[in-house]
Every structure is written in structure tokens, then in C-alpha cells.
Design a protein. Structure first.
Length: 330
């Protein structure tokens, strides 16, 4: 039997990839790590076709040549986009070449004949769209927050009044803005709507925003699904003022994390959503209300889990390792 070979697409310092990579090597697999940002300056792709189809599909890096057709699994973690060659000085030309490079590598990974985790890029990118997630979650029986997506100040003011001011806003995609004029990066997660926000609500005309009712919380839940394995953890975010609105404002010293037993019907909804989205991996964010109701917020196909594993001992990395070794037909 041939040795499994896993290609991991990620950047430097990815502790998740390092931990799973070590487990894969312990299990006898070969692991190659590649980051798009080294293409095309320090790596190149060789694709050749005859009149009958593909002849060879190779990735050449500084450490050797990889036959991409021989891979058993591709794990899309968190690669950076391709960077233009440093010899290019014209910004427009540099941007053009970076976009061309991105188009090639995206298409390259799409058609590899191996298992793809969390899925092919054409599958997991649309799966991360929050407005579609809410529709599907409600269809599958999840309770979702009352939600408004708008660019109109009047609609925000009306929503705010109907919920007695207990509303929050969220970004659609990126939770940060990088390289502002002063070089700073501004992070933005789940935010309450303040009177000052209402005063500047006319600025909504520049960009759509997600507005939701603020759901009361007993605990927040991070539910990591790997294949058909479910790892649910309750995050006691209400124990800290810093994390009460959004647990991603980590305050781990005073925020207990405990293993949670999901009701069968909630677990079944999570698995159904994974199947409908075509994902092999996904991290659900849910709220458990004081009344015991489970409320869906979102699912992240590229979600993190290492801090949960370290705090609870749940073997999520081992499950990811198993998933990558199962092969494309499993």
C-alpha cells in the first residue's frame, strides 16, 4: 500500500497545521506544507496537456518537486494569496500578476483527484456566506436571531426601536481592516449599537451590515464537526465582562470551557447542515439561552480549534488527522 501524502496549504507559524502534521507523520504519512505567497517568486507550477488530456501536474519548490496527481489529501488551512514577484515595480502590473497567479492555483487545487478538507474552494467559499447560512439553518429547524441586512439608516433606527436598543452588528466577511492610513489594523467582531452609532447611521450607505437582535446567553457553544464526529464545548462567556458580547475577546483565565452534550436533534441539524453545504469540517457558533433554546449564529469552514483542545482535552486534531488519511472515497 502506498504512503499517504497530504498537502497542507497554510502560512508560517500555523500551530494547527503543525500539530496535525506531527500526528500525520506519526501515522506514517508524508506531509508537504505550501503557502501561495511563495508563488511565483520561489515556486512554480508545471501543467502539461496532450491531445488526450493531462500529461503532468507538478509543483516545483525550493525543497523539491511534488507530483500533485499522487496526493491522497489536500488540506486548505490558511494560505496567504500569491505575492507578485519582487522584481516588478509597477503596482498595476504587480497586482495583475498576483491575480493571475491566484486564478491558476485556485483552479489547480480544485481539480486534484484527492480528498479535500474542508472541501474544494468552490464549495467552502460559498458555504461561508452568512446570509445563506441563516436561510439554510432556519430551513433545517434551527432557531436564528431576528436579522436585518441593510444599507439604510432608517431601517437600522426602526430595528433598534423594535428591540429596545438590544441589538448588535456584525461584518459579513473580514473581521478586520488592515493598513489604514496610519498603518493600523482595526478588528471588528460582534458590536453593540451605541447612541453614537445611531447618530452616524447614514454612513451605512457605503457598505451593507448585518444587524441582529441580542440573544440572551446561558453559555455560548463552539461545535466543531470533523467528518461525522461532533465536538461540542460550552464557553462560559458571561463570566467575564470582556467576553460577554463576543467570546472572541478572549479572557480564558476567567472563562471556563467545558465539554457539552448536544441534544440529538441539534447534533442532527449540524450534520445535516454540513452535508447540505458539502463540508467535511466546520466550526459552528451557537448560543444556549437561559430557557434552554439553541440558537444558530454561523458556521466557519476554516474555524480554529486548538485552544479548545488544549483546555478540554477533546481529540479534535486527531479527528482531523483521521479525516485526512481516509482517502477521497471514504
Amino acid at each position: 500500500m502506498s504512503t499517504p501524502h497530504v498537502l497542507v496549504l497554510t502560512g508560517d507559524g500555523d500551530r494547527h497545521a503543525e500539530r496535525v502534521g506531527d500526528l500525520l507523520v506519526e501515522r506514517g504519512a508524508r506531509v508537504t506544507v505550501f503557502d501561495h505567497r511563495y508563488y511565483p517568486a520561489k515556486a512554480h507550477v508545471e501543467l502539461a496537456y496532450t491531445g488526450r488530456g493531462l500529461a503532468r501536474r507538478l509543483l516545483h519548490t525550493e525543497t523539491g518537486t511534488l507530483d500533485l496527481s499522487a496526493l491522497t489529501a489536500l488540506w486548505w488551512r490558511r494560505p496567504l494569496p500569491p505575492a507578485p514577484h519582487p522584481e516588478l515595480t509597477d503596482p498595476a502590473v504587480a497586482e495583475y500578476t498576483a491575480q493571475e497567479s491566484l486564478s491558476l492555483v485556485s483552479d489547480l487545487w480544485e481539480h486534484l483527484p484527492c480528498r479535500k478538507v474542508p472541501a474544494a474552494e468552490s464549495v467552502f467559499r460559498p458555504a461561508g456566506r452568512k446570509s445563506s447560512q441563516l436561510l439554510l439553518a432556519a430551513e433545517l429547524g434551527f432557531t436564528i436571531p431576528e436579522t436585518l441586512i441593510t444599507t439604510q439608516a432608517e431601517q437600522l433606527w426602526d430595528f433598534h426601536a423594535r428591540h429596545d436598543g438590544k441589538i448588535v452588528t456584525k461584518p459579513f466577511y473580514a473581521p478586520w481592516v488592515e493598513n489604514l492610513r496610519n498603518g493600523d489594523t482595526v478588528s471588528r467582531f460582534c458590536e453593540p449599537v451605541s447612541p453614537r452609532d445611531l447618530a452616524y447611521a447614514d454612513a451605512l450607505r457605503f457598505c451593507p451590515i448585518i444587524v441582529q437582535e441580542q440573544i440572551p446567553k446561558r453559555v455560548e457553544l463552539r461545535v466543531t464537526v470533523v467528518g461525522r464526529q461532533i465536538f461540542a464545548v460550552e464557553i462560559h462567556s458571561q463570566a467575564s465582562n470582556r467576553s460577554r458580547l463576543d467570546w472572541r475577546r478572549y479572557n480564558l483565565d476567567v472563562t471556563p470551557h467545558r465539554v457539552h452534550r448536544l441534544p440529538d436533534e441539534v447534533a442532527a441539524r449540524c450534520l445535516s447542515m454540513m452535508k447540505r453545504l458539502g463540508l467535511l469540517f466546520g466550526a459552528f457558533d451557537l448560543i444556549l439561552t437561559p430557557e434552554g433554546e439553541y440558537v444558530f449564529l454561523e458556521i466557519n469552514p476554516l474555524g480554529q480549534w486548538l485552544w479548545i483542545e488544549d483546555l478540554t482535552g477533546l481529540p479534535i486534531s486527531q479527528a482531523v488527522c483521521d479525516l485526512l488519511l481516509e482517502g477521497p472515497g471514504a
